[in-house]
Design a protein around this ligand. Structure first.
Ligand SMILES: [Zn+2]
Length: 512
């Protein structure tokens, strides 16, 4: 929270004279937060610290009703500001006073408070809203999964606008209390700790708390009929996994994967440092999609991830994101490599630990799988563009870049970087350049050239450059790549085509 600055009168008048008139006069907040990949995402002029969502959801009709209370601070003097929301708004209040709200476009809600908001001032917004999330289309697609017994919000880069008003961009993180009433017999799953569960007059209200900063796309809601398992980690964190009762033949494989969550998190803690959040778990709803997503504390897994048997590798990927993506988030969506390159590399490290192929062998294999003319190499993991944000190359070439780094600076410094980065930027945002500078600082070596080669050149790094980075290639003097035993399981997380969301073209729409 910002404190308002109080200065003696004489000094105040001097300061007032020094302030340009434009800074003092209220102006509209920008309709986007300034991300060139998604210009409408997020909003300018304020910073949210907390969302309190009190919702009611009817699975039979997909009708959601809610009251959102948003606590925010103005970062400029505001005459009005925007929220991102696709549902219908009944009433908006700012600091308790009725405010004028007007919809602009598909997701912008323009709110004009009764009085302008001064820069640095905390304020509250209450939005009463309702609608059917499955009928909300933004940019020609919907992030909401309608299921036979309810609905699910879990998508990237956006899903919040389908179920609550927000400043919908990872730059503006906040804490969340999510309370959802559903008919008895259904459950409502969200992030963090299940604080309470109370039944009354045929309805059960589930109240969840996620008490560390959380990006809006990492907030999740799933309503349906679930089998729930609970446990506590050795460190005392609550673990809660939820499985749709409709998983059929996939049910066993899904459980055999997610029930490894605490074990995988314990291993990742050795690699990345302390687990950053207040709870652990995952859920598998009865959706028809194929992907998984690192929703904070409680990743989302499509049943199809387990259609060919258990796959702990996907659990490793989504849990690795709790450090790389959730605690340390992208500054802009062009920085997706600091999420996906590391989550994919953690799958390689898990393979190494399980004796199913070292990260080096996986790197050699990936390099060998994509000949020079493969368009795979035209994707720049360091700035892939919105259409190729989730291209396979962001994952596999992105992980290859980390193996090149490991070979350049050695295991001691490399693992110091992997563990140090989540502490350096805990609960914040960072970009690719920040990572390059951090790795240079820890290792004491110039690394801009290496990262340029592996993240920013639209071609396959030539054999000598690859060999120089320790990747098996013609002339490297090492044997040709062989397929690591883990490859099938890792590739299986790529194999399931995604459904109709942008950014998945040509690639790994499967795994986020
Ligand atoms: Zn991912």
């Amino acid at each position: 929270m910002h404190r308002r600055l109080i200065v003696p009168g004489a000094l105040a008048s001097v300061l007032l004279l020094a302030v340009p008139a434009s800074a003092a006069s209220p102006a509209p907040g920008a309709p986007g937060i300034g991300d060139p990949y998604y210009p409408a995402s997020g909003n300018g002029g304020y910073d949210v610290s907390h969302y309190d969502l009190r919702l009611t959801y009817r699975p039979e009709t997909d009708r959601l009703e809610g009251t959102a209370t948003i606590l925010a601070t103005a970062t400029q003097s505001l005459s009005r500001f925007n929220l991102d929301l696709g549902l219908d708004v009944r009433e908006v209040r700012v600091d308790g006073r009725p405010a004028v709200s007007v919809r602009e476009g598909e997701q912008e809600l323009v709110v004009t408070p009764a009085r302008p908001l001064a820069e640095g001032r905390p304020f509250s917004v209450v939005v009463r809203y309702a609608g059917k999330p499955s009928e909300v289309s933004i940019g020609g697609w919907t992030a909401w999964h309608r299921t036979p017994d309810g609905g699910v919000a879990a998508q990237e880069p956006e899903s919040a606008a389908w179920w609550f008003p927000s400043n919908d961009h990872p730059l503006d993180k906040a804490t969340y209390d999510v309370s959802v009433a559903v008919p008895d017999g259904s459950q409502a799953i969200s992030n963090g700790v299940l604080v309470s569960q109370r039944s009354r007059l045929g309805w059960t209200r589930y109240t969840w708390r996620s008490d560390r900063p959380q990006a809006s796309y990492l907030a999740t809601l799933a309503v349906g009929r679930f089998d729930i398992t609970t446990d506590t980690t050795a460190n005392g964190l609550p673990v809660l996994n939820a499985y749709s009762k409709d998983l059929g033949a996939d049910a066993g494989a899904a459980r055999a994967s997610l029930e490894r969550t605490a074990e995988v998190a314990e291993w990742l803690t050795e690699v990345f440092g302390p687990y950053p959040f207040n709870a652990l778990g995952g859920y598998v709803p009865n959706v028809t999609s194929g992907y998984a997503l690192e929703t904070q504390t409680r990743p989302f897994y499509s049943p199809r991830q387990f259609a060919n048997g258990a796959n702990v590798s996907v659990v490793v990927h989504e849990l690795a994101h709790q450090w790389y993506g959730d605690s340390v988030s992208v500054r802009g969506w062009k920085d997706i490599w600091i999420n996906e390159g590391f989550a994919r590399y953690s799958q390689w490290l898990w393979s190494e630990r399980e004796g199913e192929g070292t990260a080096q062998e996986l790197a050699d294999w990936v390099y060998a799988q994509h000949p020079e003319e493969d368009p795979f190499w035209t994707v720049l993991p360091g700035d892939p563009g919105p259409e190729r944000q989730f291209h396979l190359a962001v994952y596999d070439r992105g992980a290859l870049a980390l193996q090149a780094l490991r070979n350049e600076i050695g295991d001691e410094d490399f693992f110091a970087v992997l563990k140090g980065w989540p502490a350096e930027h805990a609960y914040g945002n960072a970009d690719v350049g920040d990572f390059v500078r951090y790795a240079e600082r820890v290792s004491g070596r110039p690394l801009a050239g290496l990262f340029h080669t592996w993240l920013y050149e639209p071609r396959r790094p030539a054999a000598p450059a690859a060999a120089g980075a320790g990747i098996a290639a013609a002339g490297s003097g090492r044997a040709a790549a062989v397929r690591p035993a883990s490859w099938e399981r890792i590739a299986a997380t790529n194999a399931v085509h995604d459904h109709g969301r942008p950014g998945a073209a040509g690639g790994a729409g499967h795994l986020r």
